[in-house]
Design a protein around this ligand. Structure first.
Ligand code: IVH
Length: 685
């Protein structure tokens, strides 16, 4: 044996395991994949040249070997038992368990409270990991408790599971625990699968169980699994600590993952507190649990208590409300989201799941609904985990469980169901290539999308209406004061001032900001319409290309594609938007209410005679309306504002001018009457 090679192999293994840990467990790789691959290949080739140096705990064994025909049976050295489940999910469950333990131990009222180790009840698959002299030699499922299946190859691919124990050379140490899939890994995995049109996992538990029982270890290796230890099987040549909790601590020190969410408590009160404490955190845990587990902490007392009918007297599982239930789909509705996304929603026979009664569950989108083949009348599994919205995870076709027959011709077709129209506003619906979702093309016309459309319309880079934020937009839409952005320009002082958290001053400011927004640019205006796929840059290109709104309104798909950076997708979005009569109506209303621009405004402004001057118009004029006066002034570069301040250049006061005139006098602002205005206009002509 060449000591140099031996040393190099040991070095490589240690380094590769370090990188594995950083990559898989910490999610923070420290070297590039290519570097890692190099180290890995070097180790593989050394092991191939020196088979005598190959060991079962080498990281090269983590990639999984050949596919299997089946799993070999494994007889457990110590039976893998299950625990009694306390179905009473209230505090009573814990109190009853403590009372029973005390009775079995012959304790009276005056005896000290019992110490318990409290843990989470992980929702995955029970596994026995057999370490001999600290090296993982076999992994087996529970099976019937006596005999399980040899799943060593698959389990070796789980990077959370150490291939050797740190500082433990016990002849035999069997670690028992749960293989599970975290919620994040589950979501990520399903997203990847969906993107490739491959089957998704029903829930994290099935994900874990299915992966372990997967005959092709290479496939199993792709599934992101984790592990937590919760006990021991056979232990030979190991000096066991005196308590269950100390055993778990010892396993943790050896590098075996042990959950931090555990506690040593006293008596029934301690159990109840733990149950409540975890219930409050259940949603925030990164993985699913279906309850907590209480265990008498002292191993000596455990031995004294022993077993009844294959269940230990010293442990109990105390459940939480189930997160999955069976129910029946009454109907499939389609909801319109704030962005116009159409989501199929199953209307369910109400069912108590995850702590509340659920009667609606999302089906996500058409593809998901078809993939799961959910039909009206089907019996389905609904899931409500944490504060996530309830979803239909799958259909149950098994006639011994399913309630009633399924419809043969009931395959879901979103377009057909809606006759191609948005259920809220009647606009056409579209599904773009490469998109999973159907959308309503109604945009700012669709009530479901109003709030979003309004916020976009008012945003800084669109019409720039200062002060029109979330809270305000919500009130305006909900109280049906504003239905389309054109309604903004019809807002009255009374309507605005009556809104929550709106004093007279802020109402004035808002109206002023709305007034100011009327003067804009064509590009901003196009962008503000919120046409799908038309961002700021595209809006600018369109404005520049067409020069006027009328030209743009007259354009067809072909002429639209003449515009720089406008392809078929953007052109199609524009055509769909402009094809809706109500969209054109909103545009016409906006223009009628005074929204305007001049194509060369930006450039011309500096050269104009009234650039930088602010005018305020008040009272009535004889020779023209206030709007006409405004237009004239603005054409000469002036800014026309609704309120007087120190910065105001001139106040033009017609007949019956009111408070604005007083304010001008107060601030010493120059005042012009109608004649004065005419003179000024003539001067600069
Ligand atoms: S102890 C003799 N502790 O629940 C006691 N089991 O019936 C053996 N489980 O399938 C089990 N979390 O896989 C124990 N903290 C925990 C657990 C736990 C989950 C599972 C276990 C078994 C079932 C118990």
């Amino acid at each position: 044996m060449n000591p140099e090679i031996n040393k190099r192999i040991a070095q490589l293994r240690a380094e590769i395991e370090r990188h594995n840990h950083a990559y898989y467990v910490l999610d923070a790789p420290v070297i590039p994949d290519a570097e890692y691959d190099k180290l890995f290949r070097e180790l593989q080739s050394l092991e191939a040249q020196h088979p005598e140096l190959s060991t079962p705990d080498s990281p090269t064994r983590r990639v999984g070997g050949k596919a299997l025909d089946g799993f070999a049976p494994v007889r457990h050295a110590v039976a893998m038992l299950s625990i009694r489940t306390e179905t009473d999910i209230s505090d009573t469950g814990a109190i009853v368990f403590d009372a029973r333990v005390r009775k079995e131990l012959g304790l009276g009222e005056n005896d000290a409270p019992i110490e318990y180790a409290c843990e989470l009840k992980f929702d995955g698959l029970a596994i026995n990991l057999r370490y001999e002299r600290g090296v993982l030699v076999q992994a087996a499922t529970r099976g019937d408790g006596e005999t399980g299946e040899d799943v060593t190859q698959n389990v070796r691919t789980i990077h959370y599971i150490p291939l050797h124990l740190k500082g433990c050379a016990a002849e035999v140490l069997e670690v028992r625990g749960e293989v599970y899939m975290s919620r994040r890994d589950f979501e990520r995995y399903n997203e990847r699968q969906r993107a490739q049109g491959l089957p998704t996992l029903v829930n994290p538990r099935n994900g874990a169980a299915g992966s372990i029982r997967q005959l092709d270890p290479a496939l199993a290796a792709r599934r992101p699994l984790s592990f937590f230890a919760y006990g021991l099987g056979e232990a030979r040549g190991w000096a066991s600590p005196a308590t269950h909790n100390a055993v778990l601590d010892a396993l943790g020190k050896m590098g075996v993952p042990v959950s931090d969410e555990r506690a040593v408590v006293r008596g029934a009160e301690g159990l109840v507190n733990f149950h409540q404490h975890i219930a409050a955190k259940r949603d925030q845990l990164p993985f699913d649990i279906d309850g907590v587990v209480y265990k008498v902490n002292s191993l000596a007392l455990q031995a004294e208590l022993g077993f009844v009918s294959r269940e230990p007297r010293w442990a109990v599982a105390h459940k939480y409300p189930a997160e999955e239930q069976l129910t029946v789909v009454r109907d499939i509705d389609i909801q319109v989201g704030r962005t116009g996304k159409l989501t199929p929603v199953a209307k369910l026979e109400p069912v108590f799941v995850g702590g509340t009664t659920v009667s609606n569950a999302t089906l996500h989108n058409e593809d998901e609904t078809r993939r799961k083949d959910v039909r009206i009348g089907d019996t389905v599994i609904v899931r409500r985990a944490g504060d996530v919205i309830p979803e239909v995870v799958g259909v149950v076709l098994d006639p011994s469980i399913a309630q009633g027959e399924r419809k043969e011709d009931g395959r879901f077709d979103l377009f057909e169901r809606l006759h191609g129209k948005c259920p809220v506003c009647g606009s056409a619906i579209v599904r773009e290539e490469g998109e999973a979702d159907w959308r309503c093309t109604g945009g700012l016309f669709c009530p479901a999308q109003r709030m979003q459309a309004l916020l976009h319309f008012a945003s800084r880079r669109a019409m720039d209406i200062e002060g029109l934020g979330d809270k305000l937009a919500e009130q305006l839409v909900e109280q049906q004061i504003v239905r389309t952005p054109a309604d903004l320009y019809k807002l009255s002082m009374t309507a605005v001032a009556s809104l929550e958290r709106m004093g007279e001053k802020s109402a004035l400011n808002l109206l002023d900001a709305i007034e100011r927004s009327k003067r804009t640019t064509l590009a901003r205006f196009i962008y503000a319409l919120g046409i799908r796929n038309v961002g700021e840059a595209t809006a600018k290109d369109l404005a520049q290309h067409f020069g006027s709104l009328d030209n743009l309104l007259a354009a067809d798909a072909e002429s639209l594609q003449q515009v720089h950076d406008v392809g078929p997708v953007v052109a199609q979005s524009l055509v769909a938007f402009l094809a809706e009569a109500h969209n054109r109506e909103v545009i016409a209303q906006l223009r009628a209410s005074g929204v305007h621009w001049s194509e060369h405004e930006q450039r011309r402004m500096v050269e104009l005679p009234f650039s930088g001057k602010t005018f305020v118009l008040t009272g009535t004029l004889d020779s023209m309306t206030r709007d006409e006066a405004k237009e004239k002034l603005e054409a000469l570069g002036a800014k026309v504002s609704g309120s007087v301040s120190k910065k105001t250049g001139y106040v033009v006061a017609g007949a019956e001018a009111g408070s604005k005139l007083d304010r001008a006098h107060e601030l010493g602002v120059a005042v012009l009457d109608e004649d004065g205005l005419m003179q000024l206009l003539n001067q600069v002509k």
